[in-house]
Design a protein around this ligand. Structure first.
Ligand SMILES: NC(=O)c1ccc[n+]([C@@H]2O[C@H](COP(=O)([O-])OP(=O)(O)OC[C@H]3O[C@@H](n4cnc5c(N)ncnc54)[C@H](O)[C@@H]3O)[C@@H](O)[C@H]2O)c1
Length: 171
């Protein structure tokens, strides 16, 4: 079967661990050149090495997805290096198990910054490059936990922010 992402360029945020790492490897196996973006340099470089060891092509960009400057740089560096951008996986996400009554406002804002604003910023700066290249695909990671704010010890904050990613525009 032909590689599905031959000659494509993909960015995976949070590519230094877990789902982001596995997706980066999969994209590379399918022929993409992969930009592994993460705040965790060590984890991301490990992903890049795993891809290189399999004969794939990847590079690391240090980026905090909640920082507009970092996201702009992530997109710019990708296009400067590979000439185009075809796929963005907005995967980076954080959270911690906390009841609504115990979570702090500071933590709430931090999680919103990464899980929601990070997704917005990725789309904002990737879309113009994709249009320039004739099209592209954006995958936004979400969490379908139905309780947005709970008194129970569920991962209240990440669940509620990533749940909003799933919301369709009104009506
Ligand atoms: N694991 C699950 O069962 C599950 C289920 C549904 C959704 N999700 C979501 O999938 C995504 C990945 O989950 P995972 O289990 O692989 O998590 P993980 O913690 O293993 O990986 C997250 C990665 O994101 C990076 N990261 C954190 N903050 C960042 C930031 N500000 N900028 C850039 N990178 C940052 C981390 O360094 C890490 O490498 C998350 O958004 C998570 O909420 C996970």
């Amino acid at each position: 079967m032909p590689a599905l992402l031959k000659d494509k360029v993909a960015i995976v945020t949070g590519g230094g661990s877990g789902i982001g790492r596995a997706t980066s490897q999969l994209f590379a196996r399918e022929g993409a050149r992969v930009v592994v973006a993460d705040i965790d340099q060590e984890g991301a470089l490990e992903t890049v090495k795993m891809i290189a060891d399999e004969g794939g092509e990847a590079l690391f960009v240090k980026a905090d997805v909640s920082s507009e400057e970092d996201v702009k740089h992530m997109i710019r560096h990708t296009v400067d290096t590979y000439g185009r951008l075809d796929v963005l996986f907005n995967n980076a996400g954080i959270g911690a198990t906390a009841k609504a009554t115990e979570a702090t406002s500071e933590h709430w804002r931090k999680v919103l910054g990464v899980n929601l604003e990070g997704t917005f910023l990725g789309c904002k700066y990737a879309i113009p490059e994709m249009i320039r290249g004739g099209g592209g695909s954006i995958i936004n990671m979400a969490l379908s936990w139905p309780k947005s704010v709970s008194a129970r010890p569920l991962p209240t904050v990440p669940a509620s922010t990533e749940w909003w990613v799933l919301r369709r525009p009104w009506p």
